[in-house]
Design a protein around this ligand. Sequence first.
Ligand code: ADP
Ligand code: MG
Length: 395
Amino acid sequence: MADIKTIDDANFAGQRVLVRVDFNAPVNDEGVVTDDTRIRAALPTIEKLIGDGARVILVSHRGRPAGTGFEEAFSLGPVARRLQELLGRDIVLARALVGPDAREVVDAMGDGDVVLLENIRFDAREKKNDPAFAHELADLADAYVNDAFGTAHRAHASTAGVAEFLPSYAGYLMEREVATLTGMLDKPKRPFVAILGGSKVSDKIKVIDALLDKADTLIIGGGMCFTFLLAQGKSVGTSLKEEDWVERAAAMIEKARERGVSLLLPVDVVAADAFANDARTAIVSVDDMPADMMGLDIGPETAELYAEAIAMAKSVFWNGPMGVFEMPAFEAGTKRVAEAVAANEAADTIIGGGDSVAAVNQFDLADQMTFISTGGGASMELVQGEALPGVEALK
Ligand code: ADP
Ligand code: MG
């Protein structure tokens, strides 16, 4: 991040600072935030700015509103209430995003005050990265801070466009996410074991490709393993499979061989006669997959093989669960892998991806990992070696 200024490079006393955060938190029917991880992740940046005596103007999106103005269902009201509790100070939620009404709210701020603008996606110009809208946002402030790593892969008005008009800085979360992920990818401690799972090969092919250039061992689980097993000429029954991607999977197996990367695929799976927690199940070898059953988890022998490889690692990057961990009947493989990652205290361990993070939380192992990325899509794009517009804009 040598070419990017961070909030430690300035004192923001008396300045109006527009801070893009990722407060895209889940909210229940009672209007209560059910997981405040993303809000808490932004606190160090907000607290530093308050400590400086800045006037903090927070900007975030939540969900996918139509972009035609205020919608109660996507309001940041629940987030404002939770933030108020976490910060222990009043938060003003501003209905107007830009223009004279927003200006009035900002003009009334004192040093150390915090205003949260309503869901920035209530205005369709946000996602279009409309320069006039970005300019209007910039007019509210003297400086811009981007701490929304989770949206850094999007070039929107509040994540990229606004940086053209103001002195711009990375917040602590943004800085730590980028530094941690690029640090592991550029100079991994070896052996570097990458674990990939989740549902589809097609979603992750670029990640697989990129990790084959960096890792010493690549472990494959989850729904995507069946496309690889097909590429090895095995039958996979009614498992999730992407016939159009078998050739690419075969190319990845070949690439691993050429580069001397140890590619681990399941040797057994938990097969089920239906996609249901109460399905009839059997543990079967990948050579004997019944035609009318689907694999919903890696089997116990596979889980042990994977755990052994993970125990040898000095760095681990994990994205994507090993099975349908949301159903207790198919969580064991993901749990065994999570435990193995958690138990390896000698390794740097990074978890990225919404469902993988949810799984690690479900097993109560999050605090035993070195780093849990808050940005699923953004962390994947970074691993793929793609530039993030939200980061580029800060340069
Ligand atoms: P992440 O969010 O961590 O990047 P993905 O979104 O790629 O992960 O994949 C997560 C989903 O993959 C989970 O909902 C899980 O149930 C599903 N999944 C894992 N294994 C299988 C499988 N064998 N068959 C079908 N779905 C699976
Ligand atoms: Mg997911």
